[in-house]
Design a protein around this ligand. Structure first.
Ligand code: ADP
Ligand code: ZN
Ligand code: ZN
Length: 725
């Protein structure tokens, strides 16, 4: 009797054994199996000699679906590592990495229902089109940004656009997208590469010299220092060695720009772009192109770190500090960290690029585990001038300081654009004394305690310590206690009142949920039909708007004093990135940060653009306080209809944890105190250890007990290396 062990995407946390007499059944191939009353597709992960299941009970697999395995040994090795490291079931881990269309038993939709630019279309210059041909200009701009567009998306754009499409097809600029990305056959004009400066040259030669062996390199370059150019040169070197390259980017919104740059630079090379915005069939086709070795460059978001690449020779992680590399639910992996693991397994270099590296990464560079490469200068532009608007001395009108209002007005008069940046991240407010600066620190663990208005308590989200909100400052007795950094909801309305003539555009998650809408906004910004951009995080990232010269930041303080010990690190990165949006053209950019705490060291470092000094002081604080990267953490998250149910589950889990008696610290369960959508309440329990191996061993012992201790009414998940609490 032959056996196969199969990974299936089912809630039961185990692998499943089947009989399978098919001699072509290979590890890594898909197989169709009976499961209860259904038929499911799974991946063969082993061919064991024996099974724990009695022979009579073993079912027979229906059919093996791939003659060639979909996943190779290296791919399965990475999945196995990830399953163990993130203590998540191998079946679920494996199946989340396989494109949906390859997991589905039904026949799927037509993958060719999309259009793409031909190489002539990629090279076409929008300025050669008549100014009145608005639909044509719009369509070309759209497609040069996103390169593949679904037929359904096009039909929503209206009759003029459909007509423009037909015109472009007739003149050979657009073609139906069949299968993976088109291969550009001739070198388009914008593919020319500038001569590298000395620092870029050094970076390229160091990275190129490490091709063929494992090495993590940190490319630390200020915004606009030409990191992309370094990537492109090292990609060229890897391609010349017949290697495939994996280029990971944080945001789906940023992939189209980089994609067109990469395609233009490597004509004749197949590029597979992978992100969650693709139709299932298209995604599967591109994934297959990567797996078969046909695509030589894979450009993708988080999940593409698992893409099978038989000739992998180089991994690049752009904006490596970005939190979107961490999956926020279910299988909570970090694509950045797994990229490093994958590079090590494969014996290839990995380049982590950032202007503000994560402190974990920075520490590895300081300790020489990673090789540090610096690009300290902006190319063709002077660094922006960053200053603080000290709100202790300046009056505000509806949240806007006179200085910011004047500055925006001046830019409008000069026909330039401004951006007002609103930080919307849900950092829980910390209490501060307006008279002596006392903060609601936790006496037990040095984290900051959070104001829970609903039950009028101060609570530590780290260790669980909790007490009533004091009526007066415990240090100076003043009653002037208030949560830090609130009150910004109405900024957009306030701007409208201040500048009734200005064209104001709001850009946030809601307005950009539709990808076409975002492309449309980008075109409007480029065409200068916008004066003031009001936006959230999404505007901070990598966009290049040449007429944007002023950035105002209106509510940074909330992140300055936060319960989350990573908030300051994020704020520094965020403000650096936001500042990087100003003055990408010929003008020097101007950045105004409104704050109540103008003397705070973070703002001083930001004004001096001294990441190194800031990172040094942050790491010293982390070491002192016993926070990562000096300890390793895992968070057990639970949610339920009532917070008590969640807390009860966590209390049981904590008892189990303490019985295991590991070298880990088990804190108390904490309620997050914020209602979630669908009326579920969240709570969590933190465990941490100075030694990663201890933590891993503990988690692997703990998890099976959690699975048993689960009540039906609480949902839970484990988050290893949580990126926020
Ligand atoms: P980063 O990714 O570091 O923020 P970019 O890669 O976007 O910076 O580079 C900023 C700009 O400088 C881009 O427009 C790029 O084309 C240009 N650039 C990069 N390297 C050079 C160079 N050596 N000479 C001239 N221009 C360059
Ligand atoms: Zn006080
Ligand atoms: Zn505490």
């Amino acid at each position: 009797m032959r056996l196969i062990r199969v990974a299936l995407d089912v809630p039961i946390e185990r692998l499943f054994d089947y009989r399978c007499d098919d001699r072509t059944a290979n590890i890594g191939s898909r197989v169709l199996v009976p499961f209860g009353r259904q038929k499911l597709i799974g991946i063969i992960v082993a061919k064991p000699d024996t099974s724990e299941v009695a022979e009579a009970k073993l079912k027979r697999a229906i059919s093996v679906l791939d003659a060639d395995p979909l996943l190779g040994r290296a791919d399965l090795g990475l999945l196995q590592f990830a399953a163990e490291y993130y203590v998540h079931p191998l079946g679920a881990v494996t199946m989340t990495t396989i494109p949906a269309a390859l997991r589905r038993v039904r026949k799927r939709e037509d993958p060719s229902a999309a259009y793409t630019l031909t190489s002539a279309g990629i090279a076409a210059n929008i300025e050669t089109l008549s100014a009145r041909a608005r639909a044509q200009r719009h369509l070309l701009a759209l497609m040069q940004q996103q390169s593949v567009i679904e037929r359904t998306a096009l039909s929503r754009l209206g009759a003029a656009t459909r007509k423009a499409l037909q015109t472009f097809i007739a003149q050979g600029w657009i073609q139906p997208a069949a299968g993976p990305r088109p291969i550009a056959s001739s070198a388009p004009a914008q593919g020319a590469s500038p001569a590298l400066n000395a620092e870029q040259n050094t970076a390229v030669s160091v990275i190129t010299a490490s091709l063929g062996k494992y090495q993590t390199l940190l490319l630390w370059g200020v915004t606009g220092s030409g990191k992309t150019e370094v990537y492109l040169h090292t990609i060229a070197a890897a391609l010349a060695r017949d290697s495939q390259v994996l280029l990971l980017v944080p945001e789906i919104a940023l992939t189209p720009q980089l994609e067109s740059v990469v395609i233009a630079r490597f004509p004749g090379v197949t590029v597979s772009t992978l992100h969650s915005g693709l139709a299932d069939g298209e995604r599967a086709a591109r994934w297959q192109a990567a797996r078969s070795g046909h695509a030589r460059i894979v450009l993708g978001t988080r999940l593409s770190v698992f893409t099978p690449l038989p000739d992998l020779g180089l991994i690049i992680v752009d904006e490596e500090h970005d939190t979107s590399f961490k999956q926020g639910d279910g299988f909570r992996y970090s694509a950045r960290d797994l990229a490093v693991v994958r590079a090590r397994h494969a014996g290839v270099p990995v380049v982590l690029g950032s202007a503000t590296p994560a402190l974990e990464t920075w520490r590895n560079a300081v300790d020489r585990r990673y090789q540090l490469l610096k690009l300290p200068q902006r190319i063709n532009a002077i660094p922006p001038l960053i200053s603080c608007v000290d709100l202790r001395h300046e009056r505000t009108t509806e949240g806007l300081s006179a200085r910011l209002i004047t500055a925006i007005g001046a830019r409008i008069d000069r026909g330039e654009q401004s951006m007002v940046f609103i930080n919307r991240r849900g950092y829980a407010p910390v209490l501060i004394c307006g008279s002596c600066g006392w903060l609601s620190d936790c006496k037990r663990c040095s984290a900051k305690r959070v104001v829970h208005l609903r039950d009028r308590r101060l609570r530590c989200h780290h260790c669980g310590h909790d007490s009533a909100i004091p009526a007066a400052c415990p240090d100076c007795g003043d009653a002037d206690l208030a949560p830090v950094g609130q009150g910004t909801q109405r900024i957009e309305a306030a701007l409208t009142r201040q500048f009734p003539q200005a064209r104001i555009l709001r850009v946030d998650r809601d307005t950009t949920r539709n990808k076409d809408a975002w492309q449309d906004m980008r075109s409007r910004i480029h065409e200068r039909s916008v004066d003031i951009l009001v936006g959230t995080q999404i505007l901070a990232k990598g966009h290049d708007f040449p007429h944007l010269n002023l950035v105002g930041v209106v509510n940074a303080d909330g992140m300055l004093y936060s319960n989350d010990f990573r908030a300051a690190e994020r704020l520094y990165a965020l403000l650096t990135q936001v500042a990087g949006r100003a003055g990408r053209g010929t003008e020097q950019g101007e950045v105004l940060v409104q704050t109540e705490f103008a003397d705070h060291p973070l703002y001083t470092a930001l004004r001096d653009q001294d990441f190194e000094g800031y990172a040094r002081s942050q790491l010293a604080e982390r070491r002192q306080a016993g926070f990562p990267p000096y300890v390793h953490q895992a968070l057990l998250r639970a949610e339920a209809r009532s917070v008590d149910t969640a807390l009860e589950f966590l209390a049981r889990a904590a008892r189990c944890a303490r019985r295991i008696k590991p070298a880990v610290t088990v804190y108390d369960p904490v309620s997050a105190g914020m209602m979630r959508k669908a009326g579920r309440e969240r709570a969590h329990l933190l465990v941490q250890s100075a030694a990663r191996t201890e933590l891993r061993a503990f988690l692997n012992a703990w998890r099976p007990q959690l699975a048993e201790a689960t009540s039906t009414s609480a949902r839970w998940s484990l988050d290893v290396d949580p990126s926020e609490v």
